[in-house]
Design a protein around this ligand. Structure first.
Ligand code: C2O
Length: 446
């Protein structure tokens, strides 16, 4: 029976720990019968999703009431698919435990969008208010780069509070977590931003992972682990921001930033319980137009940059060392003569570091140390991956780093340059000081 037995292979691989048994039993969804196709609910209208920092007092009260009701269902109706634990289990099931893993693939963005949509419908239902919309945690803005006080205050009366965070003191995130001039909004294409059929994108392995790891701090519970992350209400606000940045990335460059058009992407589909306990099947193609189908939009961010022509320059790789191609070397090294040239460094087929982790990436060994990586000239970005505590199908990832002048200089030397991982102190640190392994690397010049 599903959820109580494990495949033979798990025994062979020595994975049968008490944890795995508990996990396998606790994550299974309730029986749901044959799924019905997604359909836009009658009367659904398009409403803006706001940042937590812009919620009114009344909206905060409703948000807390909604999560209070999901928590109450944990005890009053534990098999109700809308209870907070059942909602968390949907994520647990789909993170590589027993269900198919939608992480580290191009399904990451659309699956979480669909998941948040049904979660939002359930919150509407318990509030009996069809106008409720999820708020997002806008950690891409410096001012709000900490756990919002709305989620921290008065634990005894605040259903948004979660004790398994190490960040409830209101401390700030490390400054490198969302560099304004670096990854991942600079990703030139969807493969780099949101992944491919068999690799994760930089949104997932950048701020997404880093904020999971940072929020949990050393606790490795709830936000710090894929199988438990969605037990913390901040999870939904975190993912709502990922969802917004996806919409924002598409909006910023209408020519180059587009979702995949392959049927394998558009037809990928999953099931969720809706607010009435009906199992629904929803496809990636159903979630791409949130205004029409899902009843929400986000206010647009920064003004659109003029669509800049982009040029791709493939770099040479041997033994994970990167060199500038001879034909472009002089041009890339001669400086920009005062013309601002922005160059993203896209690394594909990256072997992601083990465990749940958060590393800074440097062009060769860092020339300085310090907690603010942007002050170190050969800092090029970071990688952060969150995983569950169970057997996991490992896939490679893509990173959108920054081709700084220092990086270009080192890549112009006969030895080329390696990408060196340096621990931030969060998560697994066993890859500290090692050089990143990857398949190919290129510059995108704008
Ligand atoms: Cu499904 Cu933040 O992970």
């Amino acid at each position: 029976m599903i959820g109580t037995t494990l495949p033979r292979r798990a025994f062979a691989a020595g994975l049968l720990t008490p944890f795995v048994r508990v996990f396998a039993q606790s994550c299974a969804p309730p029986a749901g019968g044959l799924p019905q196709a997604f359909a836009v609910p009658t009367g659904q209208t398009d409403i803006v999703r706001k940042p937590i920092s812009a919620l009114t007092g009344n909206e905060i009260t409703r948000l807390r009431l909604a999560y209070q009701r999901l928590r109450e269902l944990n005890t009053s109706a534990p098999n109700n698919p809308g209870s907070l634990m059942q909602q968390a289990n949907v994520h647990c099931w789909q993170c590589g435990g027993m269900g198919r893993d939608i992480h580290q693939t191009w399904e990451f963005l659309p699956w979480h969008r669909a998941y948040l949509y049904y979660h939002e419908r359930i919150l509407c239902k318990v509030l009996n208010d069809q106008t409720f919309r999820l708020p997002y945690w806008d950690w891409d803005v410096d001012r709000t780069r900490r756990v919002p006080s709305t989620y921290r205050r008065t634990p005894s009366r605040n259903s948004l509070f979660n004790t398994n965070r190490n960040t409830n003191d209101g401390s700030k995130m490390p400054s490198g977590i969302f560099p304004s001039n670096g990854n991942p909004m600079d990703s030139p294409n969807f493969a780099a931003f949101g992944g491919t059929a068999d690799a994760g994108g930089n949104m997932e392995n950048g701020p997404h992972g880093a904020i999971h790891v940072w929020t949990a701090g050393g606790s490795r519970a709830d936000m710090g682990r894929l199988d438990t992350a969605a037990r913390d209400p901040i999870f939904y606000a975190h993912h709502c921001n990922i969802d917004r940045l996806w919409a924002e990335w598409i909006r910023r460059n209408p020519t180059a930033h587009a979702n995949p058009t392959a049927a394998g992407f558009l037809d990928s589909n999953w099931t969720f319980f809706d607010e009435n306990g009906v199992l629904r099947r929803i496809r990636a193609r159903d979630v791409l137009d949130s205004v029409r189908n899902l009843g929400y939009h986000y206010a647009p961010g920064a003004a659109l940059a003029a669509p800049a022509p982009t040029k791709r320059i493939d770099l040479e790789v041997s033994n994970n060392r990167i060199k500038l191609p001879a034909a472009e070397r002089d041009r890339l090294l001669q400086g920009s003569n005062g013309i601002a040239v922005s160059r993203a460094l896209i690394v594909e087929g990256v072997t992601l570091p083990p465990g749940t982790n958060y590393y800074f990436v440097f062009a060769n060994e860092p020339q300085k140390t310090g907690s603010d990586p942007s002050k170190i000239p050969n800092y090029v970005g970071y990688v952060a991956v969150i995983r569950g505590e169970h057997a996991h199908h490992e896939r490679p990832g893509a990173l959108a780093l920054k081709a700084t002048p220092q990086f270009l200089q080192l890549a112009g030397t006969p030895d080329g340059v390696a990408l060196i991982l340096k621990s931030t102190g969060y998560g697994d640190t066993s890859a500290n000081g090692t050089s990143l392994a990857f398949k190919n690397v290129y510059l995108m010049e704008a």
